[in-house]
Ligand binder design. Structure first.
Ligand code: NAD
Ligand code: 6OD
Length: 492
């Protein structure tokens, strides 16, 4: 990593108007694998956030906003190439912030971080307006032409579970459309957002088009950003409750929001599934990233004839997972992100016990080697036997755990899954093509995977229904949020 520019693993700085800036107030960044502090994060003050928003405004009104689209697209592609060129730096930063396995970060987080710029450079290359000819009573006619322009300054508020991936999923399209962004990364995982500033400068992005302000939510950089009157639109990924707080701020000035929020996702396993595929896919969908993916399966409905076999095989798979150091190739499971989050997940492990769950496996903290004992490790956990109204079954835990329940009919499975307050994702396991076509459109979710999980084509609409979000992002769908459309009506 280029320490001379200012973003080192030891000092994580704000990035404002093309420069790294320290601040008078700092907080500790803890490595979740060890529990040790490894970086000092500079918390942005209200004045820093204001400077970042003003720099962004200047960029939109200046060189960045006026840049011809082909040139801007070329620059956005160059960001993708530079992230790939520096993938080792991004990997190390992401791993230190999250403790996740090197294999996972190198196959998912970092390459998707780069792809999130390239896909939207490609989308903008193809993007075009429309024309509608119309008759008029006087017979001369009129023509309507759609036109669009960037919304302006976009506030981007991010979570900690897939830090670079989820941040660039918003920054990529926002910048490809010609907006300027002010990013507030999670306080738990600020490093890759800060490092991305070096990439922006290297490829020559005009100053102010990309800014990063570090800090927390309420009464800190998050709230300062979303309540800033010169922020034109807010895109947020995180908890539903935080989304509600942000929405209250966005109401002032009637500013648009795009929200990717919490989930409580179902897996439905039919007796006609391919059991090997269903087990392998479900092990990923429950335990990948230590269960910290909003799309993770936390509730499994398994058709009664295969219930016992499914539970037995999922337990065997869970017990083969090996928590350990990110760079240890023999290990495939990281820790939870923080002590606070582990306390939250363990509180659900306690509720499960109190509610009379049968603990199929796990339920506690694993024994780790001395050097990792201070980390936020947790056992992969499977329960059966809970009632449908247990909080473990209805609330998002965001940990490596699931409850498995039997069902008898397709209608029953649909009713239970759609009775959920969230509507983000589901996975259905069946080899019956008619069933797949019948049930897919009936699932009240933003994405329904059949015989797979987290298989992503970045051109497709992504988002949640019910309490899982507002809006869809991906391909052309992202442009609906990041571009403001007008209709030009010309009377001939
Ligand atoms: P969080 O809501 O606690 O925090 C997210 C971000 O919001 C952080 O940067 C935080 O500092 C900021 N924030 C908190 N309060 C704020 C406020 N009042 N004003 C402005 N900013 C504020 O979420 P998290 O714990 O970082 O992430 C986990 C949650 O995110 C889970 O619920 C998960 O399901 C959800 N998530 C959803 C998706 C999706 O695509 N739907 C993706 C990833 C994570
Ligand atoms: O793949 C994506 O685009 C996406 N937004 C994934 C979200 C994962 C949630 O943790």
């Amino acid at each position: 990593m280029d320490k001379a520019v200012g973003s080192t693993l030891r000092d994580t700085l704000n990035f404002i108007d093309g420069e790294y800036r320290s601040s008078g107030k700092t907080f500790a960044n803890i490595n979740p694998a060890t529990g040790e502090q490894y970086s000092v994060v500079h918390e942005a003050s209200k004045a820093d956030v204001d400077a970042a928003v003003k720099a962004a405004r200047k960029a939109v009104d200046g060189e960045w906003g006026k840049m011809p689209t082909p040139k801007r697209i070329e620059m956005v592609s160059a960001i993708a190439a530079e992230i790939n060129r520096r993938s080792d730096d991004f990997l190390e930063a992401e791993i230190a912030d999250t403790g996740k396995p090197h294999d996972l970060a190198s196959h998912l987080d970092i390459p998707r971080g780069a792809a999130n710029f390239q896909i939207f450079a490609d989308v903008m290359k193809q993007h075009h307006g429309e024309a509608f000819a119309m008759p008029t009573p006087d017979g001369t006619g009129a023509i309507n032409i759609t036109s669009d322009r960037p919304r302006g300054v976009i506030g981007v508020v991010c979570p900690w579970n897939l830090p670079l991936l989820l941040m660039t999923w918003k920054v990529g399209p926002a910048m490809a459309c010609g907006n300027a962004v002010v990013v507030k990364p999670s306080e738990e995982t600020p490093s890759t957002a800060s490092l991305l500033g070096e990439v922006m400068n290297k490829v020559g992005i005009p100053h102010g088009a990309y800014n990063v302000v570090n800090g927390f939510g309420p009464d800190s950089a998050g709230e300062f950003l979303v309540s800033h009157p010169q922020v034109d639109a807010i895109t947020f990924t995180g908890e539903t409750r935080t989304g509600e707080a942000i929405m209250r701020n966005a109401a002032t000035g009637v500013r648009p929001v795009s929200f990717e929020l919490g989930g409580k996702n179902f897996g439905i396993v039919f007796a006609d599934c391919d059991m090997d595929k269903a087990i392998e896919g479900t092990l990923r969908s429950v335990f990948m990233n230590c269960g910290q993916v909003c799309l993770n399966t936390e509730n499994l409905l398994v058709e009664r004839p295969i219930f016992d076999e499914f539970v037995k095989r999922l337990k065997a798979g869970a017990e083969k997972l090996k928590p350990g150091a990110p760079h240890d190739k023999a290990c495939n499971m990281g820790p939870l992100v923080s002590d606070e989050h582990r306390r939250k997940v363990l509180s659900y492990y306690e509720i499960a016990k109190k509610d009379g769950a049968n603990i199929v496996t796990g339920g506690g903290i694993p024994k780790m080697p001395t050097e990792l004992e201070g980390g936020f490790w947790i056992q992969p956990t499977i329960w059966t036997g809970l009632k449908d109204d247990s909080r473990v079954v209805t609330e998002e835990v965001f940990g490596p755990c699931c409850h498995i329940r039997p069902f008898d009919t397709e209608e029953e499975a649909l009713r239970i899954a759609n009775g959920n307050q969230y509507g983000l994702a589901c996975s259905i396991w069946t080899e019956n093509l008619s069933r797949a076509h019948r049930i897919g459109p009936k699932m009240e979710v933003g994405i329904c995977w059949i015989n797979c999980w987290f298989l992503r084509d970045l051109r497709t609409p992504f988002g949640g229904s019910k309490k899982s979000g507002i809006g869809r992002e991906g391909g052309e769908y992202s442009l609906e949020f990041y571009l403001e459309k007008s209709n030009i009506c010309i009377k001939l």
